[in-house]
Design a protein around this ligand. Structure first.
Ligand code: G6P
Ligand code: ZN
Length: 579
């Protein structure tokens, strides 16, 4: 049995292999562990799995084995996380392995905390070589729940598949872990610790990020809106990482009252919550926003602060509409886009609302597979400014991750801009008004997603095979109920920047009226298979725009269930989540 790399393990006897500049490095023999392949967004497993043997240490070592030495030797790495259970212990392991592999400096957020977009911002601002993010995003946390880790490289973006494939390859051959013999770092105190040539800086997780937000947005405009007595704003941090950002940004800097923030303290188990800002899991916020006398604007963010949900009074903005509305208003309301966005992009299952904005503004437009990492190349190449996904991710090229607080500030900027000349006593333009106006201009793309979580993997795969078979036999103009097929395929994407190809990215049935039914297996679950069914229908007729999405989409949803035989394959009568 291999010696286990735990927080105190560095004192265990092993062979010393090098002592560069006052740092003792030990080589710990290890054997590969199966199944360390990263999904849509890093490696996610139950905490128990990560704590077994050298599971985490193997993966971290495999990352270093996958990089060229000049990418990290004497370089700077950023380390942050969403505050979930096991982060503190994991941070100590990661720091020791980083030092053991010759990294010069680690910048770690106080208490190991730093939101995903903030890690991206710090990597960029501090010109770091990359960073690790300890998070399983919106998955629940605690000893019985999930943990996760992701590697981002120097532009602040998640490692592309070429690197994650290499990491996976190295997890299958890793044989030694290089560990520096240094004590645990006191993560609670800001400051610098030096061990020979290696330095750890415990940094404030907010300041670099806040500075960036001040450069992107007009903070005076935001302050003017937030301080209006006739405008009420609430933010639910879901006991997750944005709790650390909400008070410094919304309260201390923008003047919101402290009681605008709920669940504002990051907790290791997110207060027993499921920190996913959607209509199912952000129940408290939804309740408040649909109550009588509800505030004007409500928002929430997820475990690691990259997702967002936007609500008006009694009104939900679907993420597909959110990115389209932000894009349509960005140039006017957000100084960062004063010259107009360079281009727009969405993930394939996200509704076509953004396409219509790109067409009207005559902007380059891209449709990429699910996964934020696919936007990065386009941003680095200067082709893309604003993008979003139906999965509650919205963001821009200010960082290389989606950004929950950014999305909230973007919406507040739009509201601030539209209402800046409104006198007290005048009716303010609401979130709902902005959405209705947008639909009147562009038409409405009704959209909904049905999730069937933790299905038996075999059954889910059989359903996918059944659909692939159906696609291979399908022909244009074929009738599906009242719908006529335009085409059906398995989405494949060729990156216009580096030519890399991502295939099998989702099964699409696209109909001649623009309606779409899409099936995918989630790449972010940690147990069984999650089937996602995405349904979209375009409606140009303004008189129908107020319709409830579930009502408008009912025939298409029924068609999706029929053609996929989802109930037959999985035994599921109902989805676990509807967004
Ligand atoms: C994460 C990723 C997103 C992705 C979402 C859903 O949040 O960062 O890019 O859209 O998960 O992915 P999934 O594979 O579970 O549908
Ligand atoms: Zn997240």
């Amino acid at each position: 049995r291999n010696p286990r790399i735990g927080i105190k393990a560095c004192s265990s006897p092993s062979t010393a292999i090098a002592e560069p500049e006052g740092l003792k490095i030990t080589s710990i023999p290890t054997t590969p562990v199966e199944g360390q392949k990263t999904g849509t967004s890093g490696l996610r497993k139950k905490v128990k799995v990560f704590r077994e043997g050298n599971y985490l240490a193997n993966w971290i070592q495999a990352v270093f084995n996958s990089l060229s030495p000049e990418d990290y030797k004497n370089g700077v790495l950023v380390l942050g996380g969403d505050g979930r259970y096991f982060n503190r212990g994991a941070a100590q392991i990661i720091i020791k392995i980083a030092a053991g592999n010759g990294v010069g400096k680690v910048l770690v957020g106080r208490d190991g905390i730093m939101s995903t977009p903030a890690v991206s911002a710090v990597i960029r601002k501090q010109k770091a070589n990359g960073g690790f993010i300890m998070s399983a995003s919106h998955n629940p946390g605690g000893p019985e729940y999930d943990w996760g880790i992701k590697f981002n490289y120097s532009s602040g973006q998640p490692a592309p598949e070429s690197i994650t494939d290499k990491i996976y390859g190295n997890t299958l051959s890793v044989s030694e872990i290089k560990l520096a013999d240094i004590p645990d770092i006191d993560l609670a105190c800001l400051g610098t610790a030096k061990f020979g040539s290696f330095t750890v800086d415990v940094i404030d997780p907010v300041s670099d990020y806040l500075e960036l937000m001040e450069n992107v947005f007009d903070f005076q405009l935001l302050k003017d809106l937030i301080s209006r007595p006739d405008f009420r704003f609430i933010f639910d941090a879901m006991h997750a990482v944005t709790g650390a950002y909400a008070k410094p940004i919304f309260v201390d800097r923008l003047g919101a009252s402290p009681d605008c923030i709920s669940n504002g303290i990051p907790l290791e188990d997110f207060g027993h919550g499921h920190p996913d800002p959607n209509l199912t899991y952000a129940k408290d916020l939804v309740g408040k926003m649909y109550a009588e006398n509800a505030p004007d604007f409500g928002a929430a963010s997820d475990g690691d602060g990259d997702r967002n949900m936007i609500l008006g009074r009694g009104f939900f903005i679907t993420p597909s509409d959110s990115v389209a509305i932000i894009a349509a208003n960005a140039q006017a309301a957000i100084p960062y886009f004063k010259n107009g966005p360079k281009g727009l992009a969405r993930s394939m299952p996200t509704s076509g609302a953004l396409d219509l904005v790109a067409a009207k503004l005559k902007l380059p437009f891209f449709e990429v597979p699910t996964g934020w990492k696919f936007f990065g190349n386009l941003m680095d190449a200067g082709k893309l400014s604003i993008c979003g996904e139906e999965s509650f991710g919205t963001g821009s090229d200010h960082v290389r991750e989606k950004d929950g607080i950014w999305a909230v500030l973007a919406w507040l900027s739009i509201l601030g801009y539209r209402n800046k000349d409104k006198k007290m006593g005048e009716q303010l333009i609401s979130v709902e008004d902005i959405a209705m106006e947008h639909w009147a201009t562009y038409g409405r793309n009704f959209f909904s997603r049905y999730d069937y979580e933790e299905c038996e993997s075999g059954a889910a795969n059989q359903m996918v095979e059944h659909l692939r078979d159906l696609i291979s036999k399908s022909k244009p103009d074929q009738k599906y109920g009242n719908y006529t097929l335009q085409f059906a395929d398995d989405f494949s994407y060729t990156d216009p920047v580096d030519g890399s190809v991502a295939s099998k990215q989702g099964l699409r049935f696209v109909f001649t009226d623009g309606s779409r039914i899409i099936f995918r297996l989630s790449g972010t679950g940690s147990a069984g298979a999650t089937i996602r069914v995405y349904i979209e229908q375009f409606e140009p007729d303004v008189s129908k725009h107020k319709m409830d999405a579930q009502t408008a989409l009912k025939p298409l949803i029924e068609l999706a269930l029929t053609i996929s035989k989802l109930k037959e394959f999985t035994g599921r009568e109902k989805p676990t989540v509807i967004t």
